[in-house]
Design a protein around this ligand. Structure first.
Ligand SMILES: [Zn+2]
Length: 406
């Protein structure tokens, strides 16, 4: 499997300017192609597009100062975007034409491994011009300092920048697949109130709480924002408060991400059970859409809370690669009615989200709502009663998808 290690870079001001210049040029090339394609131009495939680079260079001589491999990478990315677009269009999904990259976002620079040098904590990134080319070297090679030691045998290095102007290098490494473990099934119900509730075959319950600080952080952020909005725009105080806002929201995001990583690590590494079963989130979204009624507005807010703030989707993605890494199997099954059905007698009753305890009207079972769903998911998995969604995806199937996400 492919793993990606993201390391913060210390970059001098001149080197930062060089990286900025290169990303601006790469993005310009990308956007120029996208705009032409949008106007009906035929995408010739990356090889032919690559051959048009000389013409582009003649048009914009500054492209010569950008490292050539980065420009070639732009064509690969265009090709990937167009292939994905055609695949979606063919499969009847919403096609989603590739978009023009905005100016405020950093256009990630991808270096193949053989052109990047790591010596100790120094990362050397080449720039264009000089050498055999007839151009002078306008920008000298970037030498950035790594804040952690780089992994060995990386395949490529992607340079990115976050909203606060920090630079990062992502090293993609090939990891051997872990030896499959054996024994045991644990089923997890993912929720809003409690991040994950699991039940294994012996009936042991695992409860993973998740991030607790949303309320506190949202309160802080609202306070800062209201202060900022009372200042004149672009005044020193406005700029200062904007920076604070960014810093606090980044801290919130980082803590939340950390919690998700810890939860996923707990499930994928610490638990002895080798098979992990979770409900299929894509199904849940459809269920929610189907139930739009007079509370639509509230539901939407809840929806946002589940899918943006809580990051359940992100958790499933982390589980996918962590299970693969630690030799476990991950199954997704349809979780329709798992929270409504009684896990003992199968009686079905409505369970609005505020009801935290399941009280069965037929057999008198009193059990926590999430535990009940987890037991149902486990039973459904063990009995293979269906209705299953797409033949229960094994995590190996998503390996290819994982490899290209940075
Ligand atoms: Zn019952």
């Amino acid at each position: 499997m492919l793993l990606c290690t993201k390391i913060r870079l210390q970059v001098s001001a001149t080197d930062a300017a060089t990286l900025e210049f290169m990303q601006v040029k790469c993005r310009a090339l990308y956007n120029w192609w996208i705009m032409r394609l949008r106007d009906g131009e035929h995408w010739p495939g990356w090889a032919e597009a690559n051959a048009s680079l000389q013409a582009s260079k003649a048009h914009d001589p500054e492209l010569g100062f950008v490292y050539g491999k980065l420009l070639h990478e732009v064509y690969f990315r265009l090709d990937k975007a167009m292939t994905a677009f055609f695949r979606r269009a063919q499969a009847g999904e919403s096609p989603g034409f590739p978009r023009v990259r905005p100016r405020h976002a950093f256009f990630t620079l991808c270096y193949p491994a053989m052109y990047v040098k790591v010596e100790g904590d120094r990362l050397a990134l080449p720039t264009g011009g000089g050498g055999k080319t007839s151009l002078p070297k306008l920008y000298s090679n970037v030498v950035a300092q790594l804040t952690e030691s780089a992994p060995a045998n990386y395949r490529e290095v992607a340079i990115s920048r976050d909203a606060r102007g920090h630079y990062y290098a992502s090293f993609v490494t090939e990891q051997p697949n872990a030896v499959p473990r054996c024994g045991g099934v644990v089923a997890f119900d993912l929720g809003i109130k409690i991040l994950a509730t699991g039940v294994n075959e012996q009936g042991r319950v695992y409860t993973i709480g998740g991030f607790k600080g949303h309320h506190w952080y949202n309160h802080q952020l609202d306070k800062i924002r209201s202060k900022r909005d009372r200042c004149q725009k672009r005044s020193r105080r406005h700029v200062h408060l904007s920076q604070i806002y960014q810093r606090v929201s980044e801290r919130k995001r980082a803590k939340q991400r950390d919690c998700l990583h810890k939860a996923a690590h707990f499930i994928a590494h610490r638990l002895v059970e080798s098979t992990v079963v979770i409900g299929d989130l894509s199904q849940r979204q459809m269920v929610m859409k189907a139930h739009q009624d007079k509370y639509a507005q509230q539901r939407r807010q809840l929806h946002r809370a589940v899918f943006n703030e809580w990051g359940l989707y992100r958790l499933t993605q982390m589980l996918e690669y962590k299970c693969l890494r630690f030799g476990k199997e991950l199954y997704r099954i349809d979780e329709r009615y798992t929270s409504k059905d009684c896990s003992v007698c199968g009686h079905r009753q409505d369970m609005p989200l505020w009801k935290r305890t399941y009280r069965c009207g037929t057999c008198g079972l009193v059990i926590d709502r999430d535990v009940n769903s987890a037991i149902n998911i486990r039973q459904r998995f063990l009995a293979r009663l269906g209705p299953h969604t797409d033949s229960s995806v094994r995590c190996a199937a998503s390996q290819a998808q994982q490899s290209n996400s940075f």
